[in-house]
Design a protein around this ligand. Structure first.
Ligand SMILES: [Zn+2]
Length: 239
């Protein structure tokens, strides 16, 4: 492959950028993102649980209000009955009123024990709701931390130039026939171009035989030699 010496380093940069891009694609889902997704899922689950716990409290509070309203009605009825009994002389009516007062009293007693039970239950339900809400707060804090971690990781990743941009720029600077030959070689061995350090190939890491090294050294400066082992284009004399 013919390529003026001043541009040979670009070919090596291109091979490096392509390798970096492949590595980035392979790790598209960063561990920070995985942790964030998990934290958000947990937050959603705990928020649903807290909403259900709040709903249970609301239901029990309505139940208490209903019992209290019933109790008021019955106390009124009992009082009306007692008032009427005081003024009633008819024996049959008195018996009916006495029975009615007795029924009201016994239903009030039932309601009082129902109310006591409901108060105990609402107390337990409120504790459960408070616990659920504090779990939600923990989960929200974890989501915030996970988001910060993703942001920090994104900033770190951004400090390295986006390989796609770099690749496009390098491909523009290199002749089309060189790009074509390089790509063909890259398809063949997955490397394309590598650094030659004077002894070994940076692509396959093989220490080359003496005659291979001599051949590389004797290749004219405006040509790019191949690695005799893996076929990669070898870039010499980088400084
Ligand atoms: Zn090689």
């Amino acid at each position: 492959m013919k390529l003026e010496q001043s541009k040979q380093k670009l070919l090596l940069d291109l091979a490096t950028a392509l390798r970096l891009k492949d590595a980035k694609l392979a790790t598209k889902e960063s561990p920070e993102q995985v942790a964030l997704d998990k934290a958000i899922a947990e937050q959603t689950r705990l928020r649903d649980a807290a909403a259900a716990a709040q709903m249970a409290v609301d239901d029990m509070e309505s139940e208490i209000l209903r019992i209290q309203a019933d109790e008021r009605k019955l106390r009124l009825r009992k009082k009306d009955g007692q008032d009427a009994l005081g003024a009633e002389t008819d024996e049959d009516r008195r018996r009916d009123l006495t029975h009615d007062i007795y029924t009201s009293k016994s239903r009030i007693a039932d309601l009082m024990s129902e109310l006591q039970e409901a108060h105990n239950e609402v107390h337990a339900l409120r504790n459960n709701r408070d616990l659920s809400q504090s779990r939600v707060k923990d989960a929200e804090r974890k989501v915030t931390e996970a988001r910060d971690a993703v942001a920090a990781a994104t900033v770190r990743a951004g400090e390295v130039e986006d390989p796609s941009v770099l690749i496009a720029r390098l491909e523009e600077e290199l002749p089309a026939d060189v790009i074509a030959e390089f790509r063909e070689q890259r398809i063949e061995n997955g490397i394309g171009a590598a650094l030659f350090n004077g002894r070994s190939c940076g692509g396959c890491a093989m220490v080359l035989p003496a005659n291979g090294i001599a051949e590389i050294r004797n290749t004219p400066a405006n040509e790019v030699p191949h690695c005799p082992e893996c076929g990669s284009y070898l870039i010499r004399d980088i400084s």
